[in-house]
Design a protein. Sequence first.
Lengths: 119, 109
Amino acid sequence: QVQLVESGGGVVQPGRSLRLSCAASGFTFSSFGMHWVRQAPGQGLEWVAVIRYDGTNKYYADSVKGRFTISRDNSKSTLYLQMNSLRAEDTAVYYCAKESYGSGSTDYWGQGTLVTVSS
Amino acid sequence: QSALTQPASVSGSPGQSITISCTGTSSDFGVYNYVSWYQQRPGKAPKLIIYNISKRPSGVSDRFSGSKSDNTASLTISGLQAEDEADYYCSSYTYIRIVFGGGTKLTVL
């Protein structure tokens, strides 16, 4: 069965960096686009970034553009999110999600990892 | 990248039907008709319940249905059950980004 397991969250000071990972299993990782979506405490879902199946194209939300970098290692079936220059407003649960081919939806989500940006 | 507009809350009694709207602009929805709906229970990850405006993933109850007219998408839940109490989010995918609605809290009275 499809499994997505995020890791790397924690408490970090403003201005510092953090790298999240998402280990995928149960499907052919190299065939699907992958997304990061975040949810601030008590708030709604916010899309963060997407990377195509082969890593050739990446797109970001304006709120993270220039600070966050999405990447993937298809040989390890792992998705990453490098987060630099973190701000308090980046505090959220970060989910990785598998794109469903041809539907524009995300059919599987991880359990999320909490990132808290605080001094 | 403004969010799609959803009502903050809706409620209904068991057995009733409710509809949640999701309003955006033509640029929000694009040309792909990639409108999806997600159900999120407290402390859990979102779960896909509708994709491509009206299609249901395998295993999702047929009590959930979706539609779209012009720049408004809708999710209808018929035969409300206590287990349907959750937050519901619409989304639109325009190839280079996903836009989510602000979310609607469904209370089953």
